[in-house]
Structures are given as structure tokens and as C-alpha cells.
Design a protein around this ligand. Structure first.
Ligand code: NAD
Ligand code: USQ
Length: 399
């Protein structure tokens, strides 16, 4: 019998292609989304560069090309606990993939209203899912999308392990005691802070209620299309390029297509982890296939293909496209230069052969950006959210 999976946030950049991939693999997929990402795009005046269709058109097209149904439930998981509980009680999913959080670090740092929204939405939503699973005594495997950025960025080159740190501490009478602790976090934005807080909730519910939880600590996702979203123009994935939601490599590729200089923050010495969207969907499927047992600690997996330095990425894109590089003031508070080494042993053991950055794949993304460049609002390209409290406007754009 096929398994049922709820995809929370299944209309978003990672959630949509994952929903299609899981449906293609034979899962019965139910998307849960409140479409806040589409409203935030309006707030920022920065719609997806690609012309994404309505959720109904997306799902009807998928039915036409694959013969498979995906259900949609419009629900705010952070604000409507009783509806979420009712849904879980009636669907009784085998698994839940949780993408439904506010995921842009700059957006989370705009002002107090955006900080509060990000914390309420992300912590509230995650906790509602956990509380409902515990209350209903459902044995669904929860796969959450976390982030590499919870650990902060040091310069000593220590390899970041998968979630836990084995430490030895001095105990009573000078005894040398071993402990396995959650790797300490050092979040660099309110958004990353919410991912650090998610981790403690997962640890509590895995221990107290024996929930089966996998937390995928993902790097920066790049690219747009996957095997399934390429099957029809109406299935196209979203492409964010603005100063809040655009992530660095996709921004550079879009900027190259627009004839805009590549906006390197500071010296571009920040080293970050990257993964292509095609691998995101594969990794989620691998995680679903390999759940922890009830009573196990949270399974933490680094979902990363490779690490790169921002100025090196800019140089690669510049060589490929001829784009000019501009070093701009860094609006963030982050180390000017850092090293980053990350273990991705688990996913490799599970069979992932990570897609690495190639000219061909970068060119595909530049081509997509070029095709839709007339849709871009270039005034939204500069990153305007600054990591300080000065001049914060007093309004809540989401009301
Ligand atoms: P996204 O903003 O494109 O998608 C998130 C989706 O969740 C949107 O469709 C939004 O409408 C929905 N959503 C948000 N709050 C909700 C709520 N309260 N109730 C119901 N639906 C809600 O983001 P994304 O890029 O697809 O990221 C998905 C997840 O993956 C996030 O948790 C993010 O932290 C994580 N992640 C993303 C990246 C990346 O580079 N995009 C990297 C690492 C981790
Ligand atoms: N940067 C530039 N120029 C730009 C944009 C960004 O130099 O035009 C720099 C930033 O200063 C930063 C780095 O590039 O040092 C990465 O920025 P980003 O916006 O690509 O990534 P980040 O804010 O870390 O967030 C993104 C996703 C988030 C996810 C995270 C994974 O938006 O949801 O959790 O990547 S990670 O970085 O591993 O934590």
C-alpha cells in the first residue's frame, strides 16, 4: 500500500519540487500551505522571476502529465492548531515533511515586526506539529528542513559533525565523563535562531513522546528546475532574486542575466555550504526511506554537497558570463572571512552522489533567468535589510 506524506510548505521553492518528486515515487502527497510566501512576494514587490502558476493550475497540470493526484489543504500551521490537529487525525500520515517556515535571514532582520513574525511563525508552526503528533499518538516520521547556518561560522577549519558533539567533562572526584550533546549553535540571524530553537523542541519530543524525527541541516539551495518541474511550463519552480529571499548563487546567476554587477558583500570571504535543488528532493526521499526508530535521538543529517567561498563563486559566474563584480558594504553582521568544513557522510552512505557546481548547470540557471528577465523588479536587487536596530519603521506589513 502506498504511503501518505504531508508536505507542509509544499507550495514553496523546496516544497513544490519535493511534492512532485514524492508523488512521482508513488507517495500519496497532501500539500499544506497558507500561501504566505506569495503574499510576502507582493509585500516586497518581488514576485518570482519565473512565472509560477496558481496552486490549482500546478496540481491540475501534474495530474495531466503524471496521472497522479496531489491534495491541497490551505492552512496556517502556526495559527490554527485545531485545524492542523483535525487534519492529522483524519489523514493519519505515515510521514510529514516540514518546510513551512519563514526562511529568509534578511527578511527576519528587517525590523521588530519581522523578527516577531519569524519567531511566532517558525516556532509556533513547528511546536504545533509536534504537540499534535504527541496528542494524537501518531507514529508519523517527521522530516524537518533545518539549516547549516545554526552553527555559526568559525575560522579554525573544524569539520562540523552531524548534529552531535562528543565531549568529555570533568565530573565529581576528577572523573572524566563522556557526553553526547547537541552541537552548540551560534545563529547569525533571527531566522537562524528559530532553527536553533527548533532543535531543542525536537530533542524534547523525541525523548518525551518517542517521536521519530529527522532534522536535515541543509546548505544554501541553488538552481530552479528538477526532473519533475521540467515536465510542463505550468510546473515551473519559483526563482527568488531580491535582496531578502534571493540566495547568493541564484542572485549572481540572475544578476549576470540582467547585466547587473554581482553584489559581493564585504570581501566575499564568507564560506558557505551549497546544494542543488535536484539533490534537495532526492535527500528528502532518502530521509523518508531511512527513518529513526521510536525512542532514538533526533537523527541529524547535514544536507550539503560542497562548500564554496562567496568571492570564488562570483569569479566563477563572472568567467562564465562576463558579468562585472562589485564589492558592496556588507549589510549583515558576519565574519568577513571564515573556513567551513562539513561532514555529509550520512547522505553519501544512504546513496547520494551529490551534484557539484558545473558550468553546464550554472548556465541552465542563467538561461532560465534570461528567459524571464523582463519580469524582474531590479529595484529589489540591493540587499536593504541591515543587521542593526537603527531606523526601524514601525509597521506590520502582514496585517
Ligand atoms: P519558501 O519560503 O519558498 O517556502 C516555504 C513555504 O511554506 C511557502 O510556500 C509558505 O507559504 C509556507 N509557509 C510558511 N509559513 C507557513 C505556515 N505558518 N503555515 C503554512 N504554510 C506556511 O522557502 P524554501 O526555500 O522552500 O525553504 C523551505 C524550508 O527549507 C525552510 O524551512 C528553510 O528554512 C529550509 N531551507 C531552505 C534553504 C534555501 O536555500 N531555500 C536552505 C536551507 C534550508
Ligand atoms: N551574499 C553576498 N551577496 C549577495 C547575497 C548574499 O555576498 O548578494 C552573502 C551573504 O552575506 C552571506 C552569504 O552570501 O555571507 C549567503 O547568503 P544567502 O542569502 O545566500 O544565504 P543565507 O542568508 O545563509 O540563507 C539561505 C536561505 C536559508 C538557509 C540558508 C542555509 O535563505 O533559508 O537556511 O541559506 S545556510 O546558509 O547554510 O544556513
Amino acid at each position: 500500500m502506498s504511503k501518505t506524506v504531508l508536505v507542509l510548505g509544499g507550495d514553496g521553492f523546496c516544497g513544490w519540487p519535493t511534492s512532485l518528486h514524492l508523488s512521482a515515487l508513488g507517495y500519496e502527497v497532501v500539500i499544506v500551505d497558507n500561501f504566505v510566501r506569495r503574499r510576502i512576494a507582493q509585500e516586497l514587490d518581488a514576485p518570482s522571476l519565473t512565472p509560477i502558476t496558481s496552486i490549482d493550475e500546478r496540481l491540475n497540470t501534474w495530474k495531466e502529465v503524471s496521472g497522479r493526484d496531489i491534495d491541497i489543504v490551505e492552512l496556517d500551521i502556526a495559527r490554527d492548531y485545531s485545524e492542523l490537529r483535525r487534519l492529522l487525525a483524519s489523514v493519519k500520515p505515515d510521514a510529514i515533511v516540514h518546510f513551512a517556515e519563514q526562511r529568509a535571514a534578511p527578511y527576519s532582520m528587517r525590523d521588530a515586526a519581522h523578527k516577531i513574525y519569524t519567531v511566532d511563525n517558525n516556532i509556533g508552526g513547528t511546536h504545533h506539529v509536534l504537540a499534535a503528533l504527541a496528542e494524537l499518538k501518531l507514529d508519523a516520521h517527521l522530516v524537518h528542513l533545518g539549516t547549516m547556518g545554526v552553527y555559526g561560522y568559525e575560522s579554525d577549519g573544524l569539520e562540523i559533525p552531524e548534529g552531535y558533539l562528543q565531549v568529555r567533562v570533568e565530573g565529581p572526584g576528577g572523573a572524566n565523563l563522556a557526553r553526547s550533546i547537541l552541537h552548540p549553535t551560534k545563529p547569525g540571524s533571527i531566522y537562524h535562531l528559530t532553527k536553533s530553537m527548533d532543535q531543542l523542541m525536537f530533542q524534547f519530543y523525541a525523548r518525551n513522546d518517542r517521536l521519530r524525527i529527522t532534522d536535515l541541516h541543509q546548505g544554501i539551495v541553488w538552481g530552479t528546475q528538477t526532473e519533475e518541474t521540467r515536465r510542463d511550463p505550468a510546473l515551473i519552480n519559483r526563482f527568488d532574486y531580491d535582496g531578502d529571499y534571493g540566495t547568493v548563487l541564484n542572485r549572481f546567476l540572475m544578476q549576470a542575466a540582467a547585466g547587473h554587477p554581482l553584489t559581493v558583500h564585504g570581501t566575499g570571504g564568507q564560506t558557505r555550504a551549497f546544494i542543488h535543488i535536484q539533490d534537495t528532493v532526492r535527500c528528502v526521499a532518502l530521509a523518508l526511506d531511512n527513518p529513526p526508530a521510536a525512542g532514538d535521538p533526533v537523527r541529524i543529517i547535514n544536507q550539503v554537497a560542497e562548500t564554496r567561498r562567496v568571492r570564488d563563486l562570483a569569479e566563477l559566474v563572472s568567467e562564465l558570463t562576463g558579468a562585472h563584480i562589485e564589492y558592496v558594504d556588507n549589510p549583515r553582521k558576519e565574519a568577513a572571512e571564515n573556513e567551513l568544513a562539513v561532514s555529509n557522510a550520512t547522505l553519501k552512505t544512504l546513496g547520494l552522489e551529490p551534484i557539484l557546481l558545473t558550468d553546464a548547470l550554472m548556465s541552465e540557471t542563467v538561461d532560465i533567468a534570461a528567459r524571464f528577465i523582463d519580469r524582474a523588479n531590479l529595484s529589489t536587487v540591493p540587499a536593504t535589510a541591515i543587521w542593526s536596530n537603527e531606523n526601524a519603521p514601525d509597521f506590520s506589513p502582514l496585517e
